[in-house]
Design a binder for this molecule. Structure first.
Ligand code: MGD
Ligand code: MGD
Ligand code: SF4
Ligand code: MO
Length: 696
């Protein structure tokens, strides 16, 4: 198609770095610097730089596959594959009812796809059983933000504000590996005289940059935040005027914090009282300060309360809704923000509306041209949905996730997937989950299609088609269109992304995440538009978008932010004699998520070839394990084996495993699906294990 450079964005994480793509004569695609995008100013990590490798038909699917009589997956025509999916979904619905149909989406899908998938589930299938992998990502921060501020947008300010604040506490974020180009903002902060505090049980590459590194036991951030708030009160550092003017609920939150004595917090967290005092001093002395959380404190069975405790600390010190200050969550997936706003979540309608709100149902049903009463109610959360496969849920359509690798208690989830009557997967590669499917549909990817994503800053961005897709693949939107038609819904599922976006604009109008003033035309001209961006009356100037939130008021009933009283509680599993060590999990820079895409890139595999168990020399010595020796990690859910990586940069009571690989070293064989009561987030970041030497 085109052979000039097309400006677009990376397919992977929520930073959504800008890049230019140029197709070369030999069919390959070159990534070049796109310096005009302010978030990365041309810088890319290795994953972004090598992303075109996954466009190659050497590693991807280019034909639909169907399960044949002998149990193998064999190529089929699109008509055969689509007919088979539609036929099975219709049969399941007839035999077991609409709620026996499940839909599972992903935070990597564009806004248009996420919107169309949610609409497809509710309008075409009539099922309530839809959720997505974002539940495993930032759902605890979303729940806490909604409780406190009445609105959840990951960052309520652009990253450009970071260098100009006075202090940032980064809680459980390893952004030096997970969003490398963003490290620049934190280096600039330090160069400007600001300080960086990192809270992580490991001395990560990010923690190495910190002025102060606090290394709590996994699962104790809630106590840590309460201990800091206790000291803020005890040292007279509360911003009384702000609390009085802009918040409610302080007395209860204060009382809860006062019950958490610093010495007691030291015992729970392992962070010393002098370190706690130093953190409070660094955070409170400057005029401006921020707290940013990521998956460390969020992926816990008390993640919502934990984030709530960090928000309370920000509110008590007058840090939210003021320039250069605030609380933010570093959302993870490419469209982790937009993916949670437009209806693929179990309880949600487009525009960040609630499925249980009658006015929201009326509005969206109006846009969809259906009876509001025909819309199902809220369904199960992601893990609960996966756990119900093969029992209540008989057939599943999955788009944009690889739960065989990424779901907690993965061996059980794999067995649930196998027990389905019917599984259909849309993917670009034959992921471990796609390999279990009855029908696999090969779809187009980022560089081959147009669509929008919303970055961790709440900035809506245009990803542009830069190359022609290979023969044999179709887009997710075409898949939904074809399936809808086969299931009797001829209209309402356009295959053109802009057409879908035009409908999304109307559906989101008046909602919290209002996109109605955003158009493809604007996105092509501007470097993204921050929501909310309502459409202005005709003739008026265009709404500029909202880079900074809460400056005047909070979108709560009384306009005030709400303190939420929270208390520390133990993790779902605490160590005992049988399982005396804590396991935590996370990421390495060269692999992305379940690895379905990045494990197909030679350069990335060379940098990060496989799983490992990071452990302290003292623990290694007890096992008699040397660097590189295989060690077994055993939890109540199963056993995983991977080479030892010995480092003093981890607490002696904790081991760490990255979760990017399937097979023997799969970290999620071990993880605990204990769920947060509000966000339904599984406890990826802490479970009890035993570590054993493996005799060859
Ligand atoms: N290279 C790479 N980059 C990615 C991704 C990827 O897979 N690979 N995925 C993207 C996505 S979807 C996401 S969600 C983000 C995630 O980005 P991050 O949240 O930065 O990633 P994680 O490695 O999961 O966790 C961060 C840190 O939490 C620490 N941690 C573990 N337990 C605890 C605890 O109890 N308390 C605290 N305070 N910290 C703890 C871990 O040691 C780890 O260093 O990254 C995005 N970027
Ligand atoms: N132990 C442990 N487990 C974790 C975490 C952890 O920290 N520890 N983190 C959790 C988090 S934060 C996340 S976000 C999840 C992510 O885990 P997954 O949901 O498994 O995410 P991905 O590996 O990105 O899977 C995306 C899939 O969609 C495919 N795909 C890419 N683009 C498209 C597209 O446009 N259309 C379609 N149909 N498919 C596409 C990819 O090839 C891939 O197979 O993992 C969670 N699991
Ligand atoms: S940091 Fe994220 S968005 Fe930027 S190049 Fe790397 S993976 Fe892509
Ligand atoms: Mo994530």
């Amino acid at each position: 198609m085109q052979n000039s450079a097309t400006p677009t964005h990376c397919p992977y994480c929520a930073l959504q770095c800008g890049m230019n793509l140029t197709p070369a004569a030999d069919g390959s695609v070159e990534v070049t610097e796109r310096a005009d995008f302010p978030v990365n100013r041309g810088a890319l990590c290795g994953k972004g730089r090598t992303a075109p490798a996954v466009l190659s038909s050497r590693v991807r699917l280019t034909s639909p596959l169907v399960r044949s009589g002998d149990g193998t997956l064999v190529p089929a025509t699109w008509d055969e594959a689509l007919d088979r999916i539609a036929g099975n979904l219709a049969r399941t619905r007839q035999e077991h009812g609409a709620d026996a149909l499940g839909v599972f989406g992903g935070g990597g899908l564009t806004n248009e796809k996420a919107y169309a998938l949610g609409k497809f589930a509710r309008v075409v299938l009539g099922t309530s059983q839809i959720d997505y992998n974002g539940r495993f990502c930032m759902s605890s921060a979303a729940a806490a933000g909604t409780k406190a501020f009445g609105l959840d947008r990951g960052l309520p300010f652009p990253l450009e504000d970071v260098p100009r604040t006075g202090c940032v506490i980064l809680v459980g974020s390893n952004l030096a590996e997970t969003m490398p180009p963003s490290l620049r903002f934190f280096s600039e902060l330090k160069a400007n005289g600001g300080t960086l505090i990192v809270v992580d049980p490991r001395r990560t590459r990010t923690a190495e940059q910190a002025d102060l590194h606090l290394a709590p036991r996994p699962g104790t951030d809630l106590a840590l935040a309460l201990g800091l708030l206790h000291l803020v009160v005890a040292e007279g550092r509360v911003d009384e005027a702000y609390v009085e003017e802009r918040t409610s609920g302080w007395e209860e939150a204060r009382a809860a914090a006062m019950a958490h004595w610093p010495e007691q917090v030291e015992r729970i967290t392992g962070v010393s009282v002098p370190e706690l005092r130093e953190a409070v001093r660094l955070f409170c002395e400057p005029e401006h300060a921020m707290v940013l959380t990521a998956r460390g404190p969020e992926q816990q069975a008390k993640g919502t309360d934990t984030v709530g405790a960090w928000i309370n600390l920000c509110l008590a010190t007058g840090r939210v809704g003021r320039p250069l200050s605030g609380y933010g969550c570093l959302t993870g997936q490419g469209n982790g923000q937009g993916g949670r706003e437009h209806g693929q979540k179990a309880d949600q309608l487009p525009g960040y509306r609630k499925l249980t709100d009658p006015a929201a149902r009326r509005h969206v049903a109006g846009v969809w041209g259906v009876d509001p009463d025909s819309l199902p109610g809220p369904g199960r959360s992601a893990y609960e949905l996966l756990d119900a496969l093969g029992t209540d849920i008989r057939s599943l359509l999955l788009m944009g996730s690889n739960p065989v690798v990424s779901a907690p208690r993965a061996a059980h989830v794999e067995q649930r997937l196998r027990s389905l009557d019917f599984l259909a997967v849309c993917d670009v590669v034959l992921s471990e989950t796609a390999a279990l499917a009855d029908v696999v549909l090969p779809v187009t990817q980022w560089a081959e299609e147009t669509g929008t994503t919303t970055s961790l800053e709440g900035r809506v961005l245009l990803r542009r088609r830069a190359i022609t897709p290979p023969d044999g693949v179709r887009s997710d939107l075409e898949v939904l269109h074809e399936l809808a038609a086969r299931l009797g819904v001829e209209k309402g599922f356009p295959t053109d992304a802009e057409e879908v976006f035009e409908e999304l604009r109307r559906a989101s109008a008046g909602g919290l995440a209002d996109y109605s003033g955003i158009t493809y035309r604007r996105l092509a001209q501007e470097n993204g538009v921050f929501w909310p961006c309502p459409e202005q009356e005709t003739g008026g100037a265009e709404h500029p978008g909202t880079p900074r939130l809460f400056l005047d008021r909070f979108p709560t009933e009384d306009g005030r932010a709400r303190f939420v009283p929270v208390s520390h509680r133990p993790s779902g599993e605490e160590p005992d004699d049988e399982y005396p060590v804590l396991l935590t999990t996370g990421r390495v820079v060269a692999q992305y998520q379940s690895g379905a895409q990045t494990r197909r890139v030679d350069e990335l595999n060379a940098a990060a070839p496989g799983p490992f168990v990071e452990l302290h020399p003292r623990l290694a010595a007890r096992l008699g394990a040397a660097e590189g020796d295989p060690v077994a990690v055993v939890s109540r859910r199963g056993r995983a084996v991977a080479p030892a990586r010995i480092t003093t940069g981890i607490r002696p009571d904790t081991v760490f495993m990255p979760f990017h690989w399937p097979g023997e070293g799969r970290a999620n064989t071990l993880t605990n699906p204990a769920l947060d009561p509000t966000s339904r987030m599984p406890e990826f970041k802490v479970c009890a294990v035993r570590v054993e030497a493996v005799t060859p």
